[in-house]
Design a protein around this ligand. Structure first.
Ligand code: B12
Ligand code: SF4
Ligand code: SF4
Length: 336
């Protein structure tokens, strides 16, 4: 199966039992009780399944975890210094990974079903109530670093995760240990101080949450920290020293589309619904809709220090979306 997973394009595979992550449920509970999920109510809704994969599908005997690399060609930190241009996080510059990873998971799943009569599988990537990172660690793919993402000594941290739950009893792999040591590079670089402690994230302060998940106006105290990041953030990933072992992405469709590496902010502020949908079809960015996207662009213009960009936001002061109008007013105040 490992050979099949690699042939399908995955960079690593590991197996664990569904009950292999006993620490996950209490840690998830603490995260939710502290309100660190913000508006992501879906995290709390199915917390009992999320924290306990054995309860999600009681017939499952094994969880197969797979990693797919999307390593960038450039240093993503270069883009954050170009203040009149936008920074879009690496994972969102090409095709949406959800469909591509799911297709590969199904290919590996089919291989298993062809060999085990009567077996069943369910495949998950990102959106199901499954805690993929602790499962990935239990399956030996890597460890959850101080930035809370899964990383490995062979791949660094530029990889997506996917899971195949199955009724087949497979030999589990050994869990991976932690190899961060005394390094604190990811904690130190975070522009919005989103780590209350190593290995813990307050999502409500994370730029990825603020630009992708958060509806309505962003807390004014956090807007400066967004800089020119308009969709997601890669700073804590980009500084990880283990990335020197990162492998190139095998999926060419993750490569950045034209116009998504450092696009000029003024080109993005004027997008209406139709132009937004057209520009981001097939991209994960489409999910957030024109209003949240343009709201983020206004914050970036406010942070640009470029007075000439006033004209790009002044027309948005009367935007029908209240958060866009508020962000435009904030941007003009910053540039005044
Ligand atoms: C919700 C979510 C988010 C939220 C919250 C992130 C978070 N860290 O919880 C937001 C929107 C902020 C987010 C951002 C990003 N995300 Co996200 N996200 C998820 C999602 C859907 C669930 C994660 C979750 O369960 N969080 C709840 C918390 C409680 O769980 P946790 O992070 O595992 O927390 C652990 C630690 O806190 C630890 N812990 C707590 N206390 C202590 C104490 C000690 C001593 C120790 C050792 C550990 C420890 O235990 C917890 C349980 O394991 C997963 C997909 C999935 N279904 O799993 C993708 C996922 C984690 N995201 C992913 C990615 C790529 C990103 C971004 C890089 C995207 C971007 N460029 O903007 C950023 C990274 C930000 C960051 N530093 O984490 C990938 C990560 C792949 C990987 N290699 O790890 C995933 C797995 C999606 C996928 N299928 O590939 N994401
Ligand atoms: S993704 Fe950005 S904002 Fe979020 S924790 Fe990492 S460095 Fe901080
Ligand atoms: S930057 Fe350092 S502390 Fe953070 S995950 Fe990488 S090795 Fe661990």
């Amino acid at each position: 199966m490992r050979a099949e997973a690699l042939a399908a394009g995955f960079a690593a595979m590991g197996v664990c039992r569904p009950d292999a992550i006993p620490d996950a449920a209490p840690r998830l509970r603490a995260f939710l009780d502290a309100g660190r999920h913000g508006q992501m109510g879906w995290m709390a809704d199915r917390a009992a399944w999320r924290g306990n994969p054995a309860a999600l599908w009681p017939e499952a005997r094994s969880v197969i975890m797979l990693a797919e690399t999307y390593t960038p060609d450039d240093d993503p930190l270069g883009a954050v210094t170009r203040r009149d241009r936008a920074t879009i996080s690496v994972y969102a510059r090409g095709r949406d990974y959800h469909d591509l990873v799911k297709k590969r998971l199904k290919r590996v799943g089919r291989w298993l079903l062809d060999r085990c009569e009567g077996a069943e599988i369910k495949v998950f990537v990102d959106t199901a109530p499954v805690m993929e990172k602790p499962l990935g660690q239990a399956a030996g793919i890597g460890w959850q670093g101080k930035h809370t993402n899964l990383l490995s000594r062979d791949l660094g941290n530029w990889f997506f995760l996917g899971a195949i739950f199955t009724t087949v009893d497979l030999e589990p792999d050994a869990a991976e240990g932690e190899h961060c040591g005394s390094c604190t590079a990811c904690l130190d670089i975070c522009p919005t101080d989103a780590f209350p402690a190593p290995f813990q994230l307050d999502a409500t302060r994370c730029i990825s949450y603020l630009t992708i998940e958060h509806r309505g106006p962003v807390d004014p105290a956090l807007r400066k920290g967004l800089g020119n990041r308009i969709y997601g953030c890669d700073d804590c990933l980009a500084v990880c020293p283990w990335n020197k072992f990162a492998k190139a992405a095998t999926e060419t469709r993750y490569a950045a589309r034209d116009g998504l590496v450092s696009p000029p902010l003024e080109d993005l502020a004027g997008l209406d619904d139709a132009a937004f949908r057209d520009r981001f079809s097939g991209s994960p960015i489409k999910r957030i809709g024109r209003d949240r996207f343009v709201r983020n662009v206004c914050y970036a213009i406010g942070n640009s220090g470029e007075k000439r960009l006033e004209t790009a936001v002044s027309g948005l002061l009367t935007d029908p979306d209240a958060a866009v109008a508020d962000a435009a007013a904030w941007a003009l105040e910053q540039l005044a």
